[in-house]
Design a binder for this molecule. Structure first.
Ligand code: ADP
Ligand code: MG
Length: 243
């Protein structure tokens, strides 16, 4: 069952007193169960900070994060049932691909047979079944990214967070992996938030897009809304709408 995600009235300040910096301001985003939402904006606009707050790696100064209707602010990351994929894959170098994918399941004490079945399913979904015995050093960049996604997917999380996962890949691979991520989302139906600074990626991947600038959501809408009915000149310029 997919969960909803509600980001409600999130403010975030770093530091104290007059040295403090406001990084997120009154962010309200509702993500429907099973939806794939894109968060797009220039570097430094607060995208990673928002993802970290959703994941519990950071706390908001104000506001709530509700997963399946439940406020999770203050709950440790491991209890939130969230998987996160970054641009750096951080695979375990000494483990095989299969062990990398199955590690979290082993930690959860899932029995070996069940674990093996889950690893095989995920590997088939990602078309990496032929790579299960290899080490990360024996893989290409795109294959490593698939393994990283497989590792996240194997846990069957309630929520999938992507923080610019493709920005280290070359242009051709990036296009290929975009299609892969889209397919994976359709197959798994897991509620997802995908962060990028790339307008093209945003427009091709998402069913809805939140455009951010300076810690504020400028517009939240479908690619059609954003492109054809930009809320302000910033959005129009950033997305490259016809004026
Ligand atoms: P993005 O992911 O959109 O590039 P970030 O969320 O990483 O942006 O950063 C947003 C702003 O918050 C930046 O100005 C960054 O310098 C600042 N920032 C991020 N983390 C911290 C921190 N731990 N302490 C102080 N400032 C931070
Ligand atoms: Mg970032």
């Amino acid at each position: 069952m997919a969960s909803s995600l509600e980001i409600a009235g999130i403010n975030k300040r770093f530091g104290n007193g007059d040295k403090s910096v406001e990084v997120l301001r009154r962010v309200d985003i509702h993500v429907a169960p099973g939806e794939f939402l894109i968060l797009v904006g220039p570097s430094g606009c607060g995208k990673s900070t928002l993802l970290n707050i959703i994941a519990g790696l950071d706390d908001p100064t104000e506001g709530e994060v509700r997963i399946g209707g439940k406020n999770v602010v203050g709950m440790p990351p491991r209890d939130r049932d969230i998987a996160m994929v970054f641009q750096s894959y951080a695979l375990y170098p000494t483990m095989s691909v299969a062990d990398n994918i199955g590690f979290a399941l082993e930690m959860r004490k899932m029995p070996k047979a069940e674990r093996q079945k889950r690893i095989d399913e995920v590997a088939a979904m990602l078309q990496i079944s032929h790579l299960l015995d290899r080490r990360p050093s024996q893989l290409s960049g795109g294959q490593r990214q698939r393994v990283a996604m497989g590792r996240a997917l194997a846990r069957q999380p309630q929520l999938f967070l992507f923080d610019e996962p493709l920005s280290n890949l070359d242009a051709k691979l990036r296009v290929e992996m975009r299609a892969e991520i889209k397919r994976l989302h359709q197959a798994s139906g897991i509620t997802s938030v995908y962060v990028t600074h790339d307008q093209v990626e945003a427009m091709t991947l998402g069913s809805r897009i939140a455009v951010m600038k300076g810690g504020v959501v400028q517009q939240l809408g479908t690619p059609d809304d954003i492109y054809n009915r930009p809320a302000n000149t910033y959005v129009a310029t950033f997305i490259g709408s016809p004026t």
